[in-house]
Write a new protein. Structure first.
Length: 133
């Protein structure tokens, strides 16, 4: 079972907000409290829940590349392959998750993907819309 922020707070004798401030390196914490919380974090092996952090921050920390393919071997073109790999590397270098969507999607689906917060950025390899979208 994963160690939670609540578990760390209880063990350190502080509020969950105090643990959060320590984890996020905020300045409003005394050095003594900060050190005590860090020791508990280390001892318990606490690792912040990345999805919860992204949700709280209002960012998905992800980039999505939409490259509709009709066949898997369609990505054999070196220029296209380099573009896909370059996008993935660029995302990783900026500490972003990278998703590749290869199925057809309507314009409405692509808008929903970005507006819903599932991705912070959408790169379109081709702008061919499905009919009826």
């Amino acid at each position: 079972m994963a160690i939670t922020l609540r578990d760390v707070a209880a063990k350190a004798g502080v509020s969950m907000k105090t643990v959060s401030r320590v984890v996020n390196n905020e300045k409003e914490i005394s050095e003594e409290t900060r050190e005590r919380v860090r020791q508990v974090i280390d001892a318990m092996g606490y690792v912040p829940h990345e999805q919860a952090r992204r949700l709280a921050g209002g960012k998905s920390r992800s980039i999505t590349l939409h490259f509709p393919l009709s066949h898997a071997d369609q990505i054999a073109n070196p220029l296209e392959l380099n573009f896909v790999i370059g996008t993935a590397i660029g995302a990783a270098e900026s500490n972003y998750y990278f998703s590749l969507l290869t199925g057809p999607m309507s314009r409405a689906n692509l808008l929903q993907l970005t507006r819903s917060g599932q991705t912070d950025g959408l790169v379109l390899m081709q702008s061919i819309w499905m009919t009826g979208a």
